[in-house]
Design a protein around this ligand. Structure first.
Ligand SMILES: *[C@@H]1O[C@H](CO)[C@@H](O)[C@H](O)[C@H]1NC(C)=O
Ligand SMILES: *[C@@H]1O[C@H](CO)[C@@H](O)[C@H](O)[C@H]1NC(C)=O
Ligand SMILES: *[C@@H]1O[C@H](CO)[C@@H](O)[C@H](O)[C@H]1NC(C)=O
Ligand SMILES: *[C@@H]1O[C@H](CO)[C@@H](O)[C@H](O)[C@H]1NC(C)=O
Ligand SMILES: *[C@@H]1O[C@H](CO)[C@@H](O)[C@H](O)[C@H]1NC(C)=O
Ligand SMILES: *[C@@H]1O[C@H](CO)[C@@H](O)[C@H](O)[C@H]1NC(C)=O
Ligand SMILES: *[C@@H]1O[C@H](CO)[C@@H](O)[C@H](O)[C@H]1NC(C)=O
Ligand SMILES: *[C@@H]1O[C@H](CO)[C@@H](O)[C@H](O)[C@H]1NC(C)=O
Ligand SMILES: *[C@@H]1O[C@H](CO)[C@@H](O)[C@H](O)[C@H]1NC(C)=O
Ligand SMILES: *[C@@H]1O[C@H](CO)[C@@H](O)[C@H](O)[C@H]1NC(C)=O
Ligand SMILES: *[C@@H]1O[C@H](CO)[C@@H](O)[C@H](O)[C@H]1NC(C)=O
Length: 513
């Protein structure tokens, strides 16, 4: 079943690619290079579709997209549309092909029963490879099934108490039907802490630092059931991190968690446990891009900048002060003024792309058996020091990465046989903090790849990355037809190949006639 459907998609993609080749090829030598760039992109997206199919999700949607594009392929306008939709579903898809099992699991362990309810420890595990939760941290909400109240909490607090007027004497911590919980801040008194709490809601990702990928709080619930038969699990869990993006499933009662004491000599267990799984979707998050990619190479002087207006446009008339000129004598006062307004919206340096983050990929050197790339991440945001930043980069040569300088590296291989994706992040106490915009606002690294003679080439932009994420957000790449190319080389080499394809097609047409 699985291999059958991926085969179907593979055929569809192959057909789409060859069908596209003909009209594009005929439109003249001038556009040949452009179209070759486009073909590479289609092939890349086929690869993407195949990956998604390997995860067995959104299959129907992708098949439909693929077939629809096949049907309309003769019209070049629609061809463009196909490309655009292929691009947009890489950035808006609910399903992340590079981390197909990524989720945040919320586990409720009922530790003990009380006269009118129970005490529970709630732990969130961030099982995502590279998407972490940054300041100002998570907020977790749910709806009680009955008339439960929260008597007290440790390691977390609800944002609102709600209407507790029906209580006399002991007043609960929260009486709301739909409480919202946030983490406590670092520096909370020890008697209000529990393990894994009080990090201001920041959770690292499983791929980057599993020892800091969990967050817990404890709550004492009243007016609830007091046996595992009468307790009702809460409903409608919502996780904000801090904006939208996560969708949580229903709570499922699972086998009670077993706790091993520190000396490992005794095992205790929860009275009852339920799990909630939340998954991330870029589509739901509906973020404007926050990051873009620029490219350069030793073999061509052109520096391909980030696409203009990637994250916004400079607009002096309607939004004066939407960005900051780094040469302005008032820079310091503008930045500190905005700091006081306590807003989280980025305050960016004025650039043509207006993105808070730019990733630059420079193809630096060519050796006989190796080639070298320099990667620079620049922070243009005056309002953010990125702690725990990470970068996910997809390039077919990552299976032969030989050396990486001053970044940590971990291969991401959700589909065992494809090893083309790397997660990169800073070295602790050296460059794990990406400082706010300014002279210190950048980090850089060099990557040394061994050439695989059968695939390696500087042509057709092969040396540039296929996809880059910064902190889990897709970075916008320049259009492929603007990539720096080898002087004259692509024209000379590829025309015969296209002509061959066209000739073959003609021949087969005559054959059938
Ligand atoms: C494609 O379709 C559009 C509108 O349907 C039309 O205006 C355009 O001329 C067509 N292009 C070609 C190459 O047929
Ligand atoms: C959540 O992630 C964990 C770790 O990757 C995985 O074992 C588990 O199956 C995932 N849960 C769901 C519902 O996908
Ligand atoms: C409740 O507890 C009883 C024994 O105490 C156990 O047999 C039963 O499986 C538990 N039910 C649930 C839903 O955990
Ligand atoms: C679930 O929560 C959301 C937001 O808190 C709310 O809009 C929605 O109505 C709730 N649904 C149910 C069934 O309670
Ligand atoms: C529930 O969540 C915990 C913690 O993530 C995990 O160890 C356990 O396997 C999960 N149980 C099920 C049935 O998914
Ligand atoms: C906006 O203002 C800056 C300086 O104040 C100027 O350099 C820039 O060209 C202006 N941009 C537009 C689009 O007018
Ligand atoms: C970033 O860190 C530097 C040095 O620790 C500090 O001076 C600056 O205020 C921080 N900026 C922000 C936006 O937090
Ligand atoms: C992927 O390639 C890298 C670099 O050669 C290697 O270190 C790593 O072990 C490979 N991973 C897998 C799962 O093959
Ligand atoms: C590149 O990596 C692949 C898979 O890890 C390996 O089979 C191949 O021999 C490597 N090529 C070179 C030139 O090292
Ligand atoms: C460098 O690449 C650009 C495309 O980005 C191209 O226009 C230019 O002609 C190339 N330069 C040389 C010397 O080939
Ligand atoms: C490449 O093109 C330039 C002009 O665009 C020309 O001067 C040069 O001779 C060409 N080189 C080769 C090897 O064809």
């Amino acid at each position: 079943m699985k291999s059958g459907s991926s085969l179907a998609v593979a055929i569809c993609c192959a057909a789409a690619t060859t069908t596209l080749a003909v009209p594009v090829g005929f439109s003249g030598v001038v556009t040949t290079i452009k179209s070759l760039g486009i073909l590479t992109v289609i092939l890349e997206n086929c690869d993407y579709i195949l990956r998604a199919v390997a995860g067995q999700e959104n299959l129907l949607r992708e098949m439909e997209l693929c077939f629809r594009s096949l049907l309309r392929i003769t019209n070049s306008t629609i061809l463009l549309f196909f490309l655009v939709s292929c691009f947009s579903f890489t950035s808006t898809d609910a399903y992340d092909a590079l981390d197909p099992n990524g989720n945040i699991t919320i586990k409720w362990d009922v530790i003990s029963w009380t006269p009118d309810g129970y005490v529970a420890v709630v732990t969130m595990f961030n099982f995502q490879q590279y998407r972490h939760i940054q300041a100002p941290g998570w907020t977790l909400g749910w709806t009680w099934a009955k008339k439960e109240v929260i008597w007290s909490m440790m390691g977390g607090q609800t944002t609102e108490q709600g209407d507790c007027s029906r209580f006399k004497g002991n007043i609960p911590h929260c009486c709301k039907k739909d409480p919202t919980v946030v983490d406590l801040l670092p520096g909370t008194p020890y008697n209000q802490q529990i393990a894994n709490c009080c990090k201001g809601g920041v959770i690292n990702s499983w791929g980057q630092d599993p020892s800091n990928a969990a967050s817990s709080f404890q709550l004492s619930v009243g007016a609830a059931g007091t046996t595992n038969k009468t307790v009702r699990v809460p409903k409608n869990f919502t996780l904000k991190a801090p904006g939208p993006g996560y969708t949580c499933g229903p709570a499922k009662i699972v086998k009670p968690t077993k706790f091993v004491t520190q000396d490992g000599r005794r095992v205790t267990q929860a009275m009852m446990t339920w799990n909630v799984t939340c998954t991330y979707s870029q589509f739901l998050a509906q973020k404007t891009p926050t990051c873009c990619v620029s490219l350069s190479s030793f073999y061509n002087d052109t520096i391909v900048p980030c696409p203009t207006c990637t994250c916004g446009c400079q607009n002096n008339l309607t939004q004066p002060g939407s960005c900051v000129d780094p040469n302005s004598p008032y820079l310091a006062s503008v930045v500190s003024d905005h700091g006081k307004s306590n807003s989280l919206a980025p305050l960016v340096q004025c650039t043509s792309h207006m993105c808070p983050i730019r990733v630059h990929w420079h193809v630096k050197l060519n050796y006989k058996d190796y080639w070298r790339v320099k990667v620079t991440i620049t922070n243009f945001n005056y309002r953010m020091n990125y702690t725990l930043w990470n970068l996910v980069v997809q390039h077919p040569n990552f299976d032969n990465l030989t050396q990486i300088f001053s970044f940590n590296y971990k291969p991401l291989t959700p589909y065992q046989n494809i090893n083309d994706t790397a997660m990169l992040w800073g070295v602790k106490f050296y460059n794990d903090l990406l400082m706010q915009a300014g002279p210190l606002g950048n980090v850089q690294s060099e990557l040394l790849f061994q050439k695989d003679k059968s695939t390696f080439t500087f042509e057709k932009g092969w040396a540039f990355p296929r996809r880059i994420y910064f902190n889990g957000d897709n970075c916008v790449m320049p259009p492929p037809d603007t990539y720096p190319y080898l002087p004259n080389a692509s024209l000379r080499k590829n025309v015969p190949m296209l002509m061959l394809t066209i000739t073959l097609l003609f021949l087969s047409a005559f054959h059938f006639a």
